[in-house]
Design a protein around this ligand. Sequence first.
Ligand code: BG6
Length: 484
Amino acid sequence: MEASTFILFGATGDLAKRKIYPALYTLFLDNKLPDSFSVFGLGRREWSDETFRANVERSIREFSRHEAIQDEQLNEFLEAFRFCILDAGRKDDYVKLLRMVESREEALGAPPNRLFYLSVGPEFFETIAFQIRESGLGSANGWKRLVIEKPFGHDLPSARELNRKLSEAFEESEIFRIDHYLGKPIVQRLEELREIDSSVRELWNRPIANVQITASETVGVEERAGYYDQAGAVRDMFQNHMLQLLMMVATHLPGAVGVSSERSKKQAMESLRPLHKQEAGAFVIRGQYGEGTISGKPVAGYTSEPGIAPQSANDTFIAAKLRIEDDFWSGVPFYIRTGKRMKRKSTRIVVEFGETDLSGLSAAAGKAPNLLVFEIGPNDAITMQHVPTGSPQTGKPETIPVYIPDRGSLPEAYESLIYDALLGDPTFFVRWDEVELSWQWVQPVLEAFEQQLIPLRPYAAGSNGPDASDALLAEEGHHWWDNE
Ligand code: BG6
């Protein structure tokens, strides 16, 4: 891997502490960092290099997935870290940073390859990109990359505007938009399913009845009231993580690939039937949690959470029925739901197979259905619930492991994504056209929410969301598979 400098905006923040430093440490242990590698942490605090290193060390001791941290290795790792006080809007600070980076590159004999990681609030994205360009930090004789976290805009117009501003400083091929769901091991594995499909092949002879994508959480709004009350489930999870999962499934399931191996996530998104805001209420369910019980403990309702206005009409749950209109997926509903304060923490995709003339097995006839289940978190597994051909009389399903990884061997999402960004591999990052298409789909829904065309339905904390989300599936004779 080419030598490079990792320039981290927001080095004193929570994401850096919980995810970025531990991920870099694992990459270091796995020899996946370049030989000449430096990290410049940036922030407004008056930290020295020593204070910075002490904080990085604390974060690794607290959050690393490695239990036995060896002092010698850790110290060697920390030598790469330097701190530079920087106010995102101050031109002079970037000039000072440039000098520091250049002198470090010179000392190491390293080329000016620079990765700028924006682990800061979205209000700083444009300013930072502008200052990187103006200061000359981004115009050296090496490569430059911008790694950026969500939220990418607040709606379609703001996302377009942000993209326009960023593209004044970086080419699209230099922008690595992180959606950490794309770094999750099972999601990354979807792409390889066509190679391991011998065990699932029998299933592919059957029509797909529906696809269900769930990301339920037990946590509530936590300490993020200011952000979350503006974003809601629709912007926080649906527009990005959930639609990315939908694109991944629609693109990579073996049958879909059979249609054309050249399909892209973008094509799946383009084939999504658009919603008009007047009809959105028939396809989208919106909810907000009230008080209830999680793991036996009573918890407050959303509007009683600290920092949330008692009259807030923000959504903490969203379920939707979507259709992809192409040769393979036409007629197959995609059901998506995500919410806070639900019954369990679970991210999973269930593909339900329907009746088939081939084997005579049929869910409709009261027999067990055939399911392909992707458990994305907190467990990682791909399993099949399957009634083998030849035993149609009993109709008893077997659970067949398709892919059960050894948990300890799995990389954290941020490890995979940071490694790919350092390599310059864009496969698991979000392209602008995908962002734009997802906002395009979501925009009428946002408008329907604002104009109160879709009712905000209460649900009890600790439940599976509003009843209307079950009714959405029942209309077509389906039900959620993990509601037990
Ligand atoms: C984040 C959202 O992107 O994803 C959070 O902002 C959410 O609200 C989190 O809790 C869920 O991620 P994971 O990896 O725990 O499923």
